[in-house]
Design a protein around this ligand. Structure first.
Ligand code: GAP
Length: 437
């Protein structure tokens, strides 16, 4: 089973490279450990995942607004948030083979899992990347690359509140890059040193924290179901007291069963008033909220939902990947939800004559301003279908001899491989219906 799972990951990594989803970063210079670049199809898929999340969190909730804060922020933020002191992992080295490990991920903290050698005592290693602001490289000029986007939201909470008509409960959402100098990186894009997060901080009355925590847990699970992830491969994992982050009172991970085991996909955290209180104490700014209805003043509690873009992308690829043994060959197919598929339709003239390429071109011009579509004129039509199946294109439109008579085309469904005829004039509404999230 483990071998099969390794093979599955190998096939997926190879498909991602071959078809232009994901490339190792700086490859012509030998690569840079655990940093990846997204190719043409990967960039589309990533953008679609972010849009899907934004629509679900911001557009569909009247009381959630968006934000785009800077990556570089005052270093005082990371002192107040506790990251300078506490955002650490325990690091151990093997005295024999010199490999490095995260002690908390090892079964036996004193024996090297690689060569059986003796491991050093764990020492705490801070995960934040540091750089210097301005030309002077001394400690008073240190700035950090943010390890989470959340802090950008907390320090803008007053700005958002004062510039909008929001009342508690309300949320602020943002998508952006985060950086962690991870000790061990693993499993392709699962754990990398540069990644993107999609985080939402929901500000609530202190007494209602548990209720909102449960509500967001349910909402976030429903989101993954809507993303077409197999429900039986998703579960909650409650953090024990030894797993809780320094800011959390309670936390659940939404886990996915990857080929390499059940792993965290997203965290839902009750951060209490920890962050706002720390920023209030540290900045001297009043971050309390006055509730008109109850005439009470308090520091809001925060329920956080924190998902990784790259990890979601890996999840949807793993979950969608299938190899089907057909009579004559093997069909590789990605069953991606149409709303996030990088290409929505392949457009094929059956043959390169009789005016079919011209009609296909017309269909391309009709759909391409709104939907990414791909025109393929060469090779047997079966092979053209396969090329689209492998990258998750949900539909293929074929112009054939009947098109010349009645302005209809065949539309083939990737998952069922069934073909139906449809009027060219109905294509726009069909794609509008099918690609909504
Ligand atoms: N603001 C809370 C926070 O950052 P986290 O559990 O450390 O919580 C949230 O991270 C999510 O960010 C994870 O569930 C994962 O999807 C993503 N993530 C965290 N570290 C990552 C890494 N090194 N590479 C890829 N994604 C990562």
């Amino acid at each position: 089973m483990a071998k099969q799972n390794d093979e599955l990951m190998e096939k997926l990594v190879s498909l991602c490279k071959r078809r232009g989803f994901i490339f190792p970063s700086s490859e012509i210079y030998g690569g840079l450990a655990s940093i990846y670049d997204y190719g043409p199809l990967g960039a589309e898929l990533k953008k679609n995942i972010k849009n899907f999340w934004w629509r679900w969190m911001v557009q569909k909730h009247a009381n959630i607004v968006g934000l785009d804060s800077a990556i570089l922020m005052s270093p005082r933020i990371w002192e107040a948030s506790g990251h300078v002191d506490s955002f650490t992992d325990p690091l151990v080295d093997c005295k024999k083979c010199k490999q490095r490990f995260r002690a908390d991920l090892l079964e036996n903290e004193s024996v090297c899992p690689n060569c059986g050698g003796e491991l050093t005592q764990p020492r705490q290693f801070n995960l934040m990347f540091k750089t210097f602001m301005g030309p002077v490289e001394d400690t008073s000029h240190i700035v950090y690359l943010r390890p989470e986007t959340a802090q950008g939201i907390y320090v803008n909470y007053l700005n958002v509140l004062n510039s909008s008509r929001l009342k508690i409960p309300f949320g602020i959402a943002q998508i952006g890059k985060a950086f962690r100098n991870e000790i061990t990186t693993e499993n392709f894009i699962f754990r990398t040193r540069e990644f993107e997060q999609m985080e939402m901080q929901f500000f609530v009355q202190p007494e209602s924290d548990q209720e909102w925590f449960e509500s967001w847990k349910a909402d976030r699970m429903a989101y993954y179901h809507k993303l077409n992830i197999h429900p039986e491969k998703l579960r909650f994992h409650e953090h024990g007291s030894n797993e809780l982050a320094h800011y959390a009172k309670a936390a659940y991970d939404i886990e996915y069963e990857f080929p390499f085991g059940w792993k965290e996909l997203e965290g839902v955290h009750n951060r209490t008033d920890f962050d706002l209180r720390r920023h209030q104490d540290s900045s001297g700014k009043d971050l309390t909220y006055f509730d008109d209805a109850t005439r009470e003043r308090f520091i809001p509690y925060i329920i956080e939902t924190s998902a990784g873009v790259d990890r979601t992308l890996l999840t949807v690829l793993v979950d969608a990947f299938e190899e089907q043994e057909l009579e004559k060959d093997t069909r590789t197919v990605l069953h991606l939800a149409p709303s996030i598929a990088p290409i929505k339709a392949g457009i094929f003239p059956l043959v390169k004559k009789d005016g079919m390429p011209e009609i296909a071109e017309k269909i391309y011009r009709l759909l391409s301003p709104i939907y990414p579509v791909y025109m393929d004129v060469s090779g047997a039509v079966g092979r053209r279908y396969r090329r689209q199946d492998e990258i998750g294109t949900p539909y293929c439109i074929t112009v054939d001899s009947e098109t010349l008579e009645n302005e209809t085309v065949t539309i083939r469904d990737r998952d069922t491989m069934e073909q139906n005829r449809m009027k060219i004039d109905d294509l726009s509404i069909f794609f509008f219906d099918k690609t909504q999230s």
